[in-house]
Design a protein around this ligand. Structure first.
Ligand code: HEM
Ligand SMILES: *[C@@H]1O[C@H](CO)[C@@H](O)[C@H](O)[C@H]1NC(C)=O
Ligand SMILES: *[C@@H]1O[C@H](CO)[C@@H](O)[C@H](O)[C@H]1NC(C)=O
Ligand SMILES: *[C@@H]1O[C@H](CO)[C@@H](O)[C@H](O)[C@H]1NC(C)=O
Ligand SMILES: *[C@@H]1O[C@H](CO)[C@@H](O)[C@H](O)[C@H]1NC(C)=O
Length: 506
């Protein structure tokens, strides 16, 4: 009897204490919010723990329409910043350029990349993509010089893979096929060649590296696992299946062999080799800076991850839009033929960064692709301390917003870059001509901005422009087989066209 009684008291006291802590925290948060001149963000209606909201989001995600749904929320609520509860977690969602700039640039030190490091570590180690603070700074210092003009302007190696790509397309003899599938192989071959001076050959014949996997299969699978781990946040560690570990093994063994090979050579042997072949090989340039095998290994895998699906998403989306918009494709082909001739009359050596830059329409087409289909459609950061965001608070959304330490802020580049505020009523339409009159795009950030801005920006634009240019020459007849528009999008760390990109071409 006494025992039962005391148990009740303890429960009541404990509940009262929890309620008290909750109230004190709430009051403190209100106090800070007031002190810093902040006001509440519009909150999306939700049930307990936001279970209905989560259900709705997952339903749209299953349909490849979650990015669109989020954009519609901003439009329906007539705001650029929202607060939403999903499965008990309170999230800020924003497509406000002022808030995004604050998070990734002006208040960079106030935010962290969350659990990315832990979740991605098995693949990315201490590489640039998965670290922050001093480790990230060192990685950035080593890698930045690798992306200057000279390094990225070597298009000869790329041409080999474009030819393999074209050969695969010709196998379809003008019938319908999924071009996205082949573009993913093209960018994998191109990036392994750029890194190691040796391609994995996913477009031609592939070797099974080990354990019954090709490198391509293992690399694809590993990424699925690490991004699933990223979604689990603090529970990332529970997801570590055998298949994941086996695929990791394949990737690491493969990368290790290239690191070993490069480290066997002395600096002068490497200089010699580079001088003789003239080309640029990423791993040899890195070996000049560091001979630490672990560091080399991490850099290589980080660049491989950063450059492959991103560039592929841009190229595939562009082919999708070019196929649906014959007048755009016609105009682009005319410009390309005027500058470089058609496939029969083209001097491939005349295609380089400078001559491509002179093709204004090609530039506009690529920009329009990056705008409508940002390869990294959304991104998030986590507040490292109590701070504020410049807009989104109050009835008209013009006031500052209090951000408590630990708060997750999602940024939608998809919504930003389709915003009518910057692009007018036809914001959702593929219209490269709009870039004729845009001098400084206000709502355009496909490569991020601030300290973590994409290192491969110029490289990616050069590669994508070259591939699109060559596509125009190689396949003047292009037909679309798309069934739904706008296309469904799988939005993970990078985006993909959910139903592929079915076209026919000759
Ligand atoms: C269309 C193609 C591409 C797009 C849209 C793109 C976009 C981005 C974005 C949004 C980030 C920031 C991610 C974050 O920190 O949350 C990023 C980072 C990065 N990108 Fe790209 N990227 C592209 C291609 C490439 C290529 C081809 C390379 C290299 C060959 C590359 C190398 C990197 C690196 C090294 C970082 C990390 C920078 C850092 O954390 O300091 N990217 N990219
Ligand atoms: C941050 O804000 C919360 C209230 O939202 C408060 O409990 C906490 O003490 C604050 N931390 C600092 C370091 O001011
Ligand atoms: C990149 O694309 C491959 C092939 O579709 C996929 O398996 C992998 O998970 C993708 N990675 C990311 C980061 O989305
Ligand atoms: C790159 O590979 C090619 C052959 O595939 C070779 O001729 C060239 O010397 C290599 N370049 C370097 C720097 O190793
Ligand atoms: C990406 O997201 C979609 C949901 O849109 C999901 O079905 C798919 O499996 C994810 N792909 C990868 C590679 O994680």
């Amino acid at each position: 009897m006494i025992y039962q009684y005391s148990e009740k008291v303890i429960i009541i006291l404990a509940s009262a204490l929890l309620a008290l802590i909750f109230c004190v925290k709430k009051l403190h948060s209100l106090y800070l919010s007031n002190k810093w001149n902040c006001q509440e963000v519009l909150r999306i209606k939700h049930d307990y723990f936001g279970i209905q909201n989560a259900k709705k989001l997952f339903a749209y995600r299953n349909e490849g329409r979650d990015l669109q749904m989020q954009r519609n929320l901003f439009i329906d609520y007539n705001t650029e910043t929202l607060r939403q509860t999903l499965l008990g977690k309170d999230l800020i969602y924003t497509c406000s350029i002022e808030n995004i700039k604050a998070v990734v640039n002006h208040q960079f030190e106030d935010f962290s990349i969350g659990y990315r490091h832990e979740a991605f570590k098995p693949l990315l180690g201490d590489g640039i993509f998965a670290t922050e603070g001093p480790k990230w700074k060192i990685a950035k210092t080593v890698l930045r010089p690798q992306f200057t003009r000279d390094q990225i302007s070597d298009l000869h190696n790329l041409e080999i893979h474009v030819k393999n790509f074209a050969a695969r397309i010709r196998e379809f003899k003008g019938e319908k096929f999924d071009v996205q599938d082949l573009v993913l192989k093209l960018t994998l071959d191109a990036s392994t060649d750029f890194l190691f001076n040796e391609s994995v050959g996913s477009l031609t014949s592939q070797d099974y590296v080990s354990g019954g996997y090709t490198f391509e299969e293992a690399f694809n699978k590993v990424q699925k696992y690490i991004f699933a781990r990223g979604l689990l946040q603090s529970l990332y560690w529970i997801y570590n299946p055998k298949d994941f570990r086996e695929c990791l093994d394949v990737i690491h063994t493969f990368t290790h062999s290239f690191v070993e090979k490069a480290l066997k050579m002395t600096s002068s042997e490497i200089e010699d080799k580079i001088a003789k072949s003239g080309g640029y090989v990423f791993i040899y340039e890195l070996v000049k800076i560091t001979r630490d095998p672990k560091i080399l290994h991490d850099h290589l895998l980080n660049i491989m991850l950063a450059g492959r699906n991103t560039t592929s998403a841009l190229i595939s989306s562009l082919i999708l839009e070019l196929a649906r918009n014959p007048q755009v494709y016609e105009k682009l082909k005319n410009e390309v033929y005027l500058h470089f001739g058609d496939n029969e009359n083209c001097d491939l050596d005349s295609i380089n960064i400078d001559t491509m830059k002179k093709c204004n329409y090609l530039r506009h087409v690529v920009n329009e692709g990056l705008r409508l289909y940002p390869s990294v459609p959304q991104n998030y950061r986590c507040a490292k301390k109590n701070t504020t965001l410049p807009t989104g608070g109050g009835a008209d959304g013009s006031k500052k917003v209090f951000i408590e330490k630990g708060q997750v802020v999602f940024m939608s580049f998809y919504s930003l870059q389709r915003s009518e505020r910057f692009y007018g009523k036809d914001a959702n339409e593929f219209n490269p001509d709009r870039w004729e009159s845009i001098k400084n795009p206000g709502g355009f950030m496909p490569f991020l901005s601030g300290p973590r801005i994409c290192l491969g920006q110029q490289f990616a634009i050069t590669e994508a422009s070259y591939i699109i240019l060559r596509f125009c020459q190689l396949f003047p007849n292009l037909k679309s087989f798309e069934t739904e528009y706008p296309p469904r999008i799988s939005a993970n760390a990078t985006m993909k066209l959910r139903d592929g990109v079915f076209v026919s071409c000759s």
